[in-house]
Write a protein of this length. Structure first.
Length: 117
């Protein structure tokens, strides 16, 4: 059974940094891209970044709103997905979710990120 557990959310000031992690339990394949999304209450879910599955190759993609500020990465042996966030803005305030296999597949429960001005 697939489980995703996020950590690393919190509160920072504008311009600060946070690093989110997502521990993945369960078997994945190279068709299961790893990604981060975010969603504020009452708003649509927004794609943040994605890369190939553990031990797999392929392209890394970012939303325009986070490119050059956020970095997605993974630790293959530990089955952990990361999102390094820098130059944070108040607009980045929301709940961040890790995802495996696209929106129709597996989700974590989310971690809150709050950026104050």
């Amino acid at each position: 059974q697939m489980q995703l557990v996020e950590n690393g959310g919190g509160s920072v000031q504008t311009g600060g940094s946070l690093k989110l992690s997502c521990a993945v339990t369960g078997r994945t394949t190279c068709t299961d891209r790893l990604g981060w999304y975010r969603q504020a209450p009452g708003k649509e879910r927004e794609f943040v970044a994605a890369l190939p599955g553990f031990w797999c190759s392929g392209a890394t993609v970012y939303a325009d709103s986070v490119r050059d500020r956020f970095t997605i990465s993974r630790a293959h042996a530990e089955n952990i997905l990361y999102l390094q966030m820098t130059i944070l803005k108040p607009a980045d305030t929301t709940i961040y979710y890790c995802n495996i296999g696209g929106p129709a597949r597996y989700w974590g429960r989310g971690t809150q990120v709050t950026v104050s001005s």
